[in-house]
Design a protein around this ligand. Structure first.
Ligand code: GDP
Ligand code: MG
Length: 294
């Protein structure tokens, strides 16, 4: 039997559940999942190893119209994906089937003509009677190879989705070694975990104006632990004040919650040194963005 392989991009408006689906498929917390939109800033590659086939998933930031340099770099990386992959899995939330981003996705699909399927997510939360009409309307808008309703949260329909994707793969070599699940470095995954905690524990505009960098990760085999130095970059002293919190309570909570997840990911005790640094206007400054990895 010939081996099958291919790259699959998950594209869709922010918050439809792309990262949740990727995590469900890969069974591991790789992509950041947040109830607030637009949190996946970088593309995350996850590798699914099937019997006789391999699928490489790319989770893109949402495609949408935006104007700041940070947003522009997110959108550019989402659109470039149409040129680089074998299959596009477009995703919508059945409770918001008419999100404006969908027309941008469809025009990219028309231009690239690559095999595509539509995933309708969150069926656990939508009204059953609405599903068929939504599927019909989508079929009329674009000739998808398949339309598959799922719940990324409960896993309902995800096996069917994987079967459909498998049937769309072409003959090709294994692209990654069998023990590899993601190509992201440990330091990237650490910064994603810390960013997720900031999203969950703080509110208002703060998460959108913070960035996390990992300065060092050192293994101390004698003490069987890993020391990590990480910095949270914010744009003003007042944001720094919010992140630190009364008597340092907020930064302590962020650090503790992050450390627990990092320990689980690395399978080791972790000492996390987390500090906040003010970097004026970083999200509007292209040079600062590059330095912070965007
Ligand atoms: P992304 O921006 O497309 O990557 O979306 P996320 O994966 O970060 O999910 C956004 C929010 O939707 C999170 O709060 C998820 O828990 C939630 N969510 C994702 N999939 C489902 C689903 O199938 N059902 C329900 N009820 N919620 C979901
Ligand atoms: Mg995401």
């Amino acid at each position: 039997m010939t081996f099958l392989s291919g790259f699959v991009a998950l594209v869709g408006p922010p918050n439809v559940g792309k990262s949740t689906l990727l995590n469900c498929i890969l069974n591991e917390k790789l992509a950041i999942v947040s109830p607030k939109p637009q949190t996946t800033r970088n593309r995350i590659i996850g590798v699914y190893h099937g019997e006789g086939y391999q699928m490489v998933f790319i989770d893109t930031p949402g495609i949408h119209r935006t104007y700041t340099p940070l947003h522009k770099s997110m959108v550019a990386s989402a659109q470039a994906v149409f040129k680089e992959v074998d299959i596009i899995a477009a995703m919508i939330d059945m409770n918001h089937p008419d999100a404006s981003e969908i027309s941008i996705i469809l025009s990219n699909l028309r231009r690239s003509k690559i095999p595509s399927l539509l995933v309708i997510n969150k069926i656990d939360r939508g009204e059953k009677a609405k599903l068929l009409p939504i599927m019909d309307a989508c079929r009329k808008r674009y000739p998808f190879d398949a339309i598959i309703p799922i719940s990324a949260l409960t896993g309902d329909g995800v096996d069917r989705l994987l079967g459909q994707l498998q049937s769309m793969l072409k003959a090709g070599p294994a692209l990654f070694p069998p023990d590899m699940k993601t190509d992201q470095s440990e330091s990237f995954l650490v910064s994603e975990i810390i960013r997720e905690k900031i999203y969950h524990l703080t509110s208002r505009e703060l998460p959108y104006s913070s960035a996390v960098t990992v300065e060092s990760i050192e293994e101390n085999s004698e003490r069987k632990m890993v020391s990590i130095e990480a910095r949270i970059h914010v744009e003003s002293e007042s944001q720094k004040g919010i992140l630190i919190g009364h008597g340092g309570r907020m930064i302590k909570s962020i650090g503790q919650a992050s450390r627990q997840d990092i320990e689980r990911m690395l399978g080791s005790k972790v000492f996390l040194d987390l500090k906040v640094r003010v970097e004026k206007n970083w999200s509007k400054n292209p040079r600062a963005l590059r330095r912070l990895g965007y």
